[in-house]
Ligand binder design. Structure first.
Ligand code: NAD
Ligand code: DAU
Length: 332
């Protein structure tokens, strides 16, 4: 039994991880979450009460972080400002949470000699051409494009420096685009599903040729558990499930499963600096730790995700109108 401190556990991937980790291990979990617009306590229901606690707080709050890190065995660090579009309009919270928040956590983990796992993104590597035969590996140079991805890159480098300079017992994972339940309606897939439910046409940025490498959130969680259990200290592991799809194909798939015409979407103004393609080579994770994704059928995964948003309107409805109003202001 381990005591896990999960930062950002009321967000999309963090909450999926909490459910996954609590049902597949006997670990004790504390979630530390500031409850920004992206946190939702309704994502953390039906958990075993004797092994779970929630603490509302900021990862930049040094005394609180110090006390919580001291009381746990492993810190699993998901908390972040996570949305590229928001980072283009108001970068400051990204610097505070992604850089200073990570710094505050690793200082506490160093002081108390605790195991630290840092959750990061494939976006730190920049983007690839559509026809590039190469995919991102652990050796790809960092080349982030947006305020969001540059702060994530900065946080990764802080963790690497703390390993080398101070012997921090840390691992890092960089994962591709996640989909599944509990994802905020600002993000691409839930935005389009909930748009169709509301009778609004899906919105494709630019031509819709951009490629993302989709992975189910549960596969991300199983990889993180494998890295915490068996990963080598100081190492980075890329997490991906060979799920490359362009945005147009994803929208058409959603429309098909929701009984709409394949062309019932609009092209809207593109995201500035929009990364063209992400693609992960997860050979190291698979060969070294024996990890394999379980959700390899994207078509079925999208059907399940559509069903989840249809069945859980109470969960997303409170955020929908404000999110769409913000997009409308930006012509998106
Ligand atoms: P999210 O925006 O859904 O959730 C982020 C959570 O962090 C929210 O609950 C929010 O309240 C909390 N938070 C924000 N600032 C905080 C602070 N200062 N102190 C404490 N809590 C704070 O994000 P997500 O999509 O679940 O992403 C989680 C992590 O995974 C991030 O580190 C992100 O970079 C990484 N990641 C995401 C993806 C993806 O596809 N979404 C892919 C790879 C990596
Ligand atoms: O690659 C991992 C990253 O994936 C994570 O680090 C980020 O936290 C996460 O938000 C995600 O970033 P993206 O920018 O790729 O995700 P987003 O859902 O915002 O957009 C996915 C693609 O869809 C992207 O090419 C932009 C496009 N898009 C997005 C929205 C919201 C549209 O075409 N229309 C939309 O309405």
């Amino acid at each position: 039994m381990q005591r896990l401190l999960v930062t950002g556990g009321a967000g999309f991937i963090g909450s999926n991880f909490v459910h996954y980790a609590m049902s597949s291990t006997d670990n004790y979990v504390t979630v530390l979450d500031k409850m920004t617009y992206a946190g939702n306590l309704a994502s953390l229901t039906q958990l075993p009460a004797d092994r779970f606690q929630f603490v509302k707080g900021d990862i930049c709050d040094q005394p609180l972080v110090d006390e919580l890190v001291a009381a746990h065995d492993v810190v699993v660090h998901y908390a972040a400002e996570s949305h590229n579009d928001n980072s283009l309009h108001d970068p400051r919270p990204f610097l505070d949470t992604n850089i200073i928040g990570t710094y505050t956590l690793i200082e506490a983990a160093r002081k108390h000699g605790k195991r630290f796992h840092h959750i990061s993104t494939d976006e730190v590597y920049g983007d690839l051409e559509l026809d590039d035969p190469e995919r991102f590996t652990e050796n790809t140079p960092y080349n982030p494009s947006s305020p969001y991805s540059s702060t994530k890159a900065g946080s990764d480098l802080l963790v690497r420096a703390w390993v080398r300079s101070f012997g921090l017992q840390a691992t890092i994972s960089n994962c591709s685009n996640n989909y599944g339940p509990y994802q905020h309606v600002e993000k691409f897939i839930p935005r389009q599903i909930t748009n169709v439910i509301d009778g609004i046409r899906p919105k494709l940025y630019g031509k819709g040729e951009n490629v993302r490498d989709w992975i189910h959130a549960n596969d991300h969680s199983s990889a993180v558990l494998a890295i915490i259990a068996k990963g080598r200290i100081g190492e980075t592991y890329l997490i991906g499930a060979d799920g490359e799809k362009n945005n147009k194909d994803v929208v058409e798939l959603i429309l098909k499963h929701m009984g709409q015409a394949p062309d019932a979407y609009d092209h809207v103004v593109d995201r500035p600096g929009h990364d063209l393609r992400y693609a992960i080579d997860s050979t190291k994770l698979r060969d070294e730790l024996g990890w394999e994704p379980q959700f390899s059928n994207f078509d079925a995964g999208i059907e399940d995700t559509i069903a989840w948003y249809r069945d859980n309107e109470d969960w997303w409805r409170p955020q929908k109108a404000a999110t769409e109003a913000k997009y409308q202001e930006q012509g998106q």
